[in-house]
Design a protein. Structure first.
Length: 325
């Protein structure tokens, strides 16, 4: 029987400006960042900063999307302004818009208007309005490790309120901060509870399965109807150590339907095929079904996770877009 040709969409494809990276390389925080990021790279991707990486730009990404039979990418600036002493970010929303322009229908903007508290909520709200209303942003990321307060800092309430008004889902970094000099205390998974209680209609996609607080996130997703779990980035770890993924996804499906799990990248582009194929070919081992009560993924579950859920959240049509032949 022929394999099902799923519609596939992922969030969190980072593009970075090579020019900016060369301009900020002398900052001591940049050296600190490079040193600290090695742990997550080893776990998720099996390599370090000295390895060869595909260039983080759109013309490179589209090649890997076609090879991996991926239809849609939501593309996101890399901020990290604290790494340059607040002088600039690794890429901007304007740079992202320039990058995705040649690929309509394949690449969409996932905005990031942070750090919201540091720059001033008024400025962040203006940019959010503009990017959603005028430039077609489908998502907006909240990355609090580089800001002055955590996810549940009340100074962010006007931002969450505006996201509700605009109907734009938020993607939120949760769990550990992974890199220096950014604190874990600003992105703890449990902080989402305060946000969802006050904004029950706000659609929130929690990145990286909230690791290492994955089970806490799973419980919160069961509690809050509009909280979703993304396996962004950490899916690379699941593919490299499959039983870790079996337990995480198996546990999640005991608490929530497959409609609440979405894919994300946050990896080098050449890892795209291996992580998507992990879900395409996902088969829960019989021993875990018997001893842990996990269910295997049905065709419907796979279709939801691979792309239908993101299509519903962002309002795009889930039609195949990869060129044939």
């Amino acid at each position: 029987m022929a394999k099902k040709d799923y519609f596939v969409a992922l969030t969190e494809f980072h593009f970075m400006s090579t020019q900016i990276l060369t301009e900020i390389g002398y900052y001591p925080q940049m050296q600190q960042f490079h040193s600290s990021v090695s742990g997550v790279l080893r776990a998720w991707d099996g390599r370090d900063m000295n390895a060869k990486w595909p260039e983080s730009v759109a013309h490179e990404l589209i090649k890997y999307m076609d090879m991996a039979n991926v239809d849609v990418a939501f593309c996101l600036r890399e901020p990290m302004m604290d790494i340059s002493g607040g002088s600039t970010s690794m890429s901007t929303n304007g740079f992202m818009l320039q990058q995705i322009e040649p690929y309509p229908g394949r690449m969409y903007l996932e905005a990031n208007v942070g750090p919201m508290i540091k720059r001033g909520i008024k400025n962040a709200l203006w940019e959010l309005d503009y990017l959603v209303k005028e430039r077609g942003a489908k998502l907006c990321k909240v990355y609090q490790p580089e800001d002055e307060g955590p996810i549940n800092d009340r100074r962010l309430w006007p931002f969450y309120e505006r996201a509700c008004e605009l109907g734009v889902p938020l993607t939120v970094h949760t769990g550990t901060s992974y890199v220096s000099p950014q604190p874990n205390s600003h992105c703890q998974t449990g902080q989402l509870d305060d946000v969802m209680l006050d904004f029950p209609e706000l659609k929130v996609i929690a990145y990286h399965a909230g690791w290492p607080q994955t089970e806490e996130l799973i419980g919160l997703c069961g509690k809050h109807k509009n909280l979703y779990m993304s396996v962004s980035g950490i899916l690379g770890w699941y593919e490299r150590s499959p039983y870790r993924g079996y337990h995480a996804i198996g546990t999640a499906l005991q608490w929530m339907p497959s409609e609440k799990i979405v894919l994300g990248m946050d990896l080098a582009f050449d890892a795209l095929a291996r992580v998507v194929d992990y879900i395409r070919n996902f088969e829960m081992p019989a021993e875990l079904q018997e001893k842990w009560g996990y269910q295997t993924l049905t065709e419907e579950d796979k279709a939801n996770i691979l792309g239908l859920n993101l299509a519903r959240l962002t309002g795009i049509e889930p039609n195949k877009r990869v060129p044939k032949g």
